[in-house]
Design a binder for this molecule. Structure first.
Ligand code: GTP
Length: 420
């Protein structure tokens, strides 16, 4: 019995120990609940931190390098680099003087410029309209009958006001005085005749006023057009191209006014209207001498009759600008002689134009004067003054803003227009 009791006690102990073991195991394998931190309450989506601003600023001259492609460039450049830049260095700067290009005229229908004969009749009338005041004043004085000192002084003043200049005025008045004294009478028609003769003498009809616009020695004639700002250079080149086209000349224009971007456009438009090509640079401030050089080259290659080169307006008292003009001339002459240098003077600036003329004549050998805006002044006497001063003839006159308002200067017609 004692033995049975011992066996039962052992079994009971074993059972209790087993139970304790099972519970322990259960708790050790996860039965124990781990306290998780509380799930934070949903908050608003935090704002996205903006990316740091891009502080890279391309340099003014930066551009996408397209040189690796095979696309044809619209505008060929004159000076491609001869050696490729080292790989790690900055890209080579753009060539300083892109080659001027020959811009073919694009006008769909070409204008037919007015013939020289047609324009002369029209322009003579316009000239006389603006100058008859001078003629009338003189004739009234001279034919007035009473030619005392005071009257002669008035004649003198009238001529001076017309910008004839002191020397020419003195000569005209002295001659007339003598003729009146010798004749003893003053008849209006006779006085008109004398005045006509005296003025014509001053305008000097013996000067050669032809424009060099025909091929010489198998090359085109080269005409350079110079002057101060706003005198009408570009307009004159455009009008002159029309005069020459009307005479069946092959003309090439050179836009060497690279100072003002619109000047090349303006010239190109003039050319396109009559089917004349323009050599120009697309870059404002390009070397004008290079453009002039290329225009002359283009003219020679296309076997043109004449190349007309427009230059930027420049003040005669700015020596660097006058030096630049000398450079343009020298660079052209590396390729071809210059046959004509036309100085454009604004007739309305009167005696101021004379000083300009002197300085330009020193910088480049002026061979002819274009007197513009003669339609807007009664000071036609400037023709006489400038010719005397430079010993260079007035070859063309501008008589309006219209495309065909440029005429060859005809001394007799000019004096007629003044005295009509
Ligand atoms: N009334 C009149 N106006 C003219 C004549 N010639 C030119 N003009 C005008 O003068 C102004 C200046 O002419 P442009 O040809 O641009 O002068 P520019 O000398 O080339 O000027 P820059 O290149 O700035 O020096 C324009 O409004 C022309 O229409 C003319 O004979 N008579």
């Amino acid at each position: 019995m004692d033995q049975l009791w011992v066996i039962l006690s052992v079994i009971t102990l074993a059972a209790v120990a087993g139970l304790i073991l099972v519970v322990g195991l259960f708790r050790g394998r996860g039965g124990k609940t781990k306290q998780l931190p509380p799930t934070p309450a949903p908050t608003e989506q935090p704002e996205r931190t903006p990316p740091k601003a891009n502080t890279y600023k391309p340099g003014a001259g930066a551009k996408i390098d397209t040189s690796g492609g095979t696309a044809t460039l619209d505008r060929p450049t004159a000076t491609p680099p001869t050696t490729p830049p080292p790989a790690d260095t900055a890209p080579a700067p753009a060539p300083t003087d892109p080659e001027p290009e020959l811009a073919e005229p694009t006008a769909p229908s070409l204008e037919r410029p007015e013939s020289a004969r047609g324009r002369m009749a029209r322009l003579r009338e316009r000239l006389s309209r603006s100058n008859t005041a001078l003629g009338k004043a003189l004739l009234a004085l001279l034919a007035g009958g009473k030619l005392d000192d005071e009257a002669w002084e008035e004649v003198e003043d009238t001529l001076l006001q017309a910008d004839l200049g002191v020397e020419a005025t003195t000569e005209v008045v002295d001659s007339l005085k003598t003729r009146v004294q010798v004749a003893g009478v003053v008849d209006e028609d006779e006085v008109r005749g004398w005045l006509h003769e005296e003025l014509l003498k001053q305008v000097n009809p013996t000067m050669d006023r032809r424009i060099a616009a025909s091929r010489v020695d198998g090359r085109p004639a080269v005409v350079l057009v110079v002057g101060v700002n706003g005198t009408g250079k570009t307009t004159t080149v455009g009008k002159l191209a029309r005069v020459l086209v009307a005479e069946d000349k092959d003309v090439v224009l050179g836009a060497a006014d690279t100072f003002r971007a619109a000047a090349a456009d303006q010239l190109e438009t003039w050319g396109a209207r009559v089917g004349v090509p323009t050599v120009r640079s697309d870059r404002e401030g390009a070397d004008p001498a290079a453009v002039a050089f290329d225009a002359v080259k283009g003219g020679a290659e296309s076997e043109a009759d004449v190349v007309l080169i427009d230059t930027a307006g420049r003040l005669h008292n700015k020596s660097n600008l006058m030096d630049e003009l000398g450079k343009i001339k020298r660079v052209i002459e590396k390729q071809s002689p210059i046959d004509e240098v036309l100085l454009v003077l604004d007739a309305t600036t009167g005696q101021n134009g004379l000083r300009q003329a002197e300085v330009f004549a020193e910088a480049v050998d002026v061979t002819g004067i274009v007197l513009t805006k003669l339609d807007g002044t009664a000071k036609g006497g400037i023709v006489v003054a400038v010719q005397r001063q430079l010993g260079v003839p007035v070859k063309l006159v501008g008589l309006g803003e219209g495309p065909d308002d440029l005429a060859p200067f005809d001394p007799a017609a000019f004096v007629d227009a003044v005295l009509d």
